[in-house]
Design a protein around this ligand. Structure first.
Ligand code: 13P
Ligand code: SF4
Length: 364
């Protein structure tokens, strides 16, 4: 049963305003860019630090992470990598919940971020106080939260999941007869409910970036490229998901670009992912799914404004100063570690490649 709780009304207009007000990094001249790249490489070595970058960050940050033995990945692999890497400092280029997850898993290490202002609309939509009250009302449900949440919300959860493993974990719980309380993304929750048939009570948050993909415009675009495969991140609205040839996490979308036979792909997720998609399949063509059309606000235009706050400049400054250190209350961290570790142990038990299977839609 897919049940949205009637008392959970999220007015995300304030969150959207915040996203629109996010400052953009200034463009760099080539000489300056090269000098910063060289300085960052040196600082990473000097500080025994490793760079972990999300697929949505700027190309240069992904390049640096690759070139310095760091990691460019989705949020599950970022967590796993930071947990197993021996460096004493982890530098997370992404958004705050990713830095917090690294700190939860590595309380003894220093976790830095190029900026501590990089938020996530899903995290913002789910304040710990109201979430705790919601959980208190439903003590019979297993609490499963998406990684895109604060440390406090993770501490309340039984399980933390990322998009690449969420379906498997919910299916596992459903098979054990458990009813789920899910937060915060209503689209991802609705999608998992549909795929697994689990009884899920849904928090009503959404990602402001994926929420902008437009189903009607996607139909039109697809009709112009009939041979293209449509790849969709499950944070997108259901009428966009319904048009997908593949619904998957960021890693699964990149893998599909390589493995699917199509020559052209229409992609409904942050355009930062094109950097790795082009590396994975250099001869193929990638088109971003439409965010324009009827009802369009294009506040983000398929690029997360908070991910875009990470830059070479603030990365270098952070490494120089060791400012922007992530702090998590130790007790909250200990509690959150239980639910995050449960996910990592579950992933390990599946013995699948890093981030699991994608859901390739069967032809209608
Ligand atoms: P992934 O878990 O697929 O990396 O997604 C994280 C995210 O924030 C997507 O918007
Ligand atoms: Fe959060 Fe959406 Fe940005 Fe991902 S793309 S970090 S879900 S706001």
């Amino acid at each position: 049963m897919n049940t949205a709780h009637p008392s959970i009304i999220i007015d995300d207009s304030e969150i959207r305003q915040r996203a629109l007000a996010v400052p953009r990094p200034r463009p760099l001249a080539e000489e300056e860019r090269q000098a910063l790249m060289a300085r960052i490489k040196q600082l990473l070595q000097e500080k025994n630090a490793v760079l972990v970058a999300h697929y949505y960050t700027e190309d240069d940050l992904q390049l640096l992470a690759d070139e310095t033995g760091g990691c460019v990945s989705d949020s599950l692999e970022m967590a796993r990598f930071s947990h197993t890497h021996p460096a004493s400092t982890i530098v997370v280029a992404g958004v705050r919940f990713m830095g917090e997850t690294a700190k939860i898993l590595n309380p003894e290490k220093r976790v830095l971020m190029p900026t501590l202002e990089a938020e996530c609309s899903l995290d913002l939509s789910c304040p710990a106080d109201s979430f705790n009250a919601f959980c208190d009302e439903h003590p019979d449900r297993t609490v499963v939260v998406y990684a895109n949440t604060s440390a406090e919300v993770k501490a309340r959860a039984d399980w933390v999941v990322t998009s690449s493993i969420a379906t498997k974990i919910v299916r596992h719980l459903h098979e054990k007869g458990e009813k789920i309380l899910w937060a915060p993304d209503r689209y991802l929750g609705g999608y998992i409910q549909k795929v697994t048939g689990a009884d899920m009570l849904l928090w009503q948050g959404s990602c402001i970036v994926h929420d902008e993909f437009k189903a009607r415009e996607l139909v039109k675009l697809h009709s112009k490229h009939p041979d293209a495969a449509v790849l969709v991140h499950p944070e997108s609205p259901m009428d966009v998901i319904n048009q997908a040839d593949l619904v998957g996490s960021t890693t699964e979308i990149i893998r599909a670009a390589k493995e699917m036979k199509n020559d052209t792909f229409i992609v409904a997720t942050d355009r930062g992912i094109f950097y790795k998609m082009k590396q994975a399949a250099p001869d193929k063509h990638f088109i971003i799914a439409p965010t324009g059309g009827i009802g369009a606000s294009c506040g983000s235009c398929a690029h997360c404004p908070w991910m875009a706050m990470n830059s070479l400049e603030n990365l270098a400054q952070t490494l120089e100063s060791s400012d922007n250190e992530i702090q998590v209350d130790p007790e909250i961290g200990r509690q959150a570690m239980v639910s995050v570790k449960r996910m990592l142990d579950f992933a390990e038990s599946l013995r699948t490649p890093a981030t699991g299977e994608a859901n390739i839609a069967s032809p209608a």
